[in-house]
Design a binder for this molecule. Structure first.
Ligand code: 4AD
Ligand code: MG
Length: 500
């Protein structure tokens, strides 16, 4: 009987066959330990040299990492082992050999790993992250389906810009230029006038010429759009939606998050109501003493950690080069030194940047957009997500509804995730007045003809409406506590990276 590793608890005492790949192997002459992964979990399989195992014992000792195998044996519960079970092996069948698998337990640089992404995501950390991604996406669909939204698929070939012309990818469409969609928003606006509450969910494209931790050129975005909704209605949906995502991920992925070293208590704090500040209030915070103090404390803490990391590296290097160190211990030290070096490199860049960030915040232009470091400051000063609303209209997209109380601002929302993760949601109430929208299209230098159909929505039964977009990868980076967005998508696309 075959069994998935995740189902072994139902089969204790029975003989089962696992179908998987060799994750790790060690042996001691008379006994071989094979850690098998099958996509559902890991299980240590123990091959003891005896009459029964004679025909395959030597094979087991020599198998290369990632060989594919069918392993038969008796299931034993063992809470000390990975996954909580162990298999006493009685049969072994090699399906596909694997020699010199490029990704070994030894440390590799990120470039190497990303070039080998097709193999890299077999490794444990990536497996945990992408499992959370699966649930995140399921909950995104589930939330809107449960709450009366109709799914509307929007086109990927777009005739005009949805989010600013600087980040458009142009495609040759039978001799005419079209663009890869930056957003499905304009189309869900049309759809909400037909269905009331709708959402689209798909890949979106931005020619982001920056190599940051937060930017991909291809990312997934869900965009709900609601007819008869104003800014506060949209804010309420965004808040409820985020809470349902966090609750579901905490319920189903505690073990994955623990493996990733996520601070789970911080996620448990995500409850309604979230914080709300206006852009003007955010500007005051950035220019005020709290922002400066926060960054100065950071600078001191990070400088101290640099010294500590340097000391630790020196100590470990001395130990590693010393006499009488066993091979496994040496490997462990080499791994730790590598990790410390990576941390040190990150810290050195951060420490270099902090004075610049202090300056940016202190001189924040009250009519300007929040930069990445500004978002980080605002989000770190709150332990729940923060809505920043009412941006100056010149730093936001043409379709946003002008604020009734201050026409120089718009009824928009950006949701900043806590712990410095920054914007994960951008949205707004939409300009539903034909004349005001036309004026903005002209102001932005956009071609009115391209938006003729969009303007029709304001001609035939226009109503207040609004929505938002949530980026899957930024949200996942926050949920899993990852420093960089590149690990949140199976095959990342970034400036200078599109292989494999
Ligand atoms: O704030 P953005 O640009 O908003 C829109 O596209 C609206 N049309 C959405 C709407 O109102 N229907 O993008 C929304 C979200 C961001 O908050 C971020 O999570 C994600 O999309 N995002 C990116 N994620 C990764 N890489 C990039 N280059 C991203 N650009 C935006
Ligand atoms: Mg935005």
């Amino acid at each position: 009987m075959t069994s998935a590793i995740k189902d072994l608890h139902q089969n204790v005492g029975k003989t089962v066959t696992l179908q998987g790949w060799l994750y790790h192997r060690r042996d001691s002459g008379k006994i071989a330990f094979l850690v098998i992964r099958d996509g559902t979990g890991l299980c240590q399989c123990v091959v003891t040299k005896n009459e029964q195992t004679e025909p395959f014992f030597e094979t087991a000792r020599r198998l290369g990492q990632e060989s594919s195998l069918r392993v038969t044996g008796t299931v034993r519960a063992d809470p000390k082992q990975v996954g909580g079970h162990e298999l006493d092996v009685t049969g072994l069948e090699v399906i596909g050999e694997s020699e010199n698998f490029p990704i070994t337990p030894k440390p590799h640089g990120i470039d190497f790993l990303m070039k080998n992404r097709h193999l890299h995501f077999r490794s444990r950390r990536q497996w945990h992250i992408l499992r959370v991604r699966h649930t995140l996406i399921d909950e995104i669909r589930g939330y809107f389906n449960r709450n009366g939204y109709t799914l509307i698929d929007t086109p990927i070939f777009a005739p005009a810009a949805g989010e600013g012309s600087q980040t458009l990818f142009t495609v040759d469409y039978f001799g005419e230029p079209v663009y890869l969609a930056q957003t499905g928003q304009l189309y869900v606006e049309a759809a909400c006038m037909a269905f009331g509450k709708v959402y689209c969910f798909g890949p979106t494209f931005r020619a982001e010429k920056s190599k940051t931790r937060r930017h991909l050129t291809e990312f997934w975005m869900v965009e709900p759009e609601i007819a008869y909704a104003e800014l506060d209605d949209v804010v309420a949906v965004a808040e409820d939606f985020i809470c349902s995502i966090v609750t579901r991920v905490l319920r189903e992925h505690r073990a994955d998050l623990e493996f990733l070293g996520r601070d789970i208590a911080a996620l448990e704090k995500i409850q309604k109501p979230f914080n709300r500040v206006t852009h003007a209030e955010a500007a005051d915070i950035l220019r005020g003493p709290r922002a400066k103090e926060l960054l100065e404390r950071d600078l001191a803490a990070k400088t101290a950690r640099i010294e500590e990391a340097k000391k630790l590296i020196a100590e470990k290097e001395a130990r590693e080069k010393g006499a009488g160190v066993k091979q496994w211990e040496r490997d462990k030290l080499v791994g730790e030194i590598h990790e410390l070096r990576e941390e040190l490199a990150d810290l050195e860049v951060e420490v270099q940047n902090i004075p610049h960030h202090i300056e940016l915040a202190a001189n924040f232009d009250p009519r300007g957009d929040l930069g990445g470091s500004d978002e980080t400051i605002i989000s770190r000063l709150h332990d729940r997500p923060v809505f920043v609303t009412h941006y100056p209209r010149e730093c936001k997209a043409f379709y946003m509804k002008r604020s009734a109380t201050d026409p120089s601002r718009v009824n928009n929302l950006d949701l900043l995730a806590p712990e410095g993760y920054g914007e994960i949601i951008g949205g707004s109430q939409r300009e539903d007045d034909l004349a005001a929208l036309l004026e903005r299209i002209k102001e932005e230098g956009l071609n009115e003809e391209d938006y003729a159909w969009y303007l029709d929505l304001r001609r035939y039964g226009s109503v207040p409406h609004g929505g938002f977009g949530l980026g899957v990868e930024r949200t996942l980076a926050w949920l899993c506590g990852l420093k960089h967005i590149r690990e949140t998508i199976p095959f990342p696309r970034m400036m200078g990276r599109f292989y494999p």
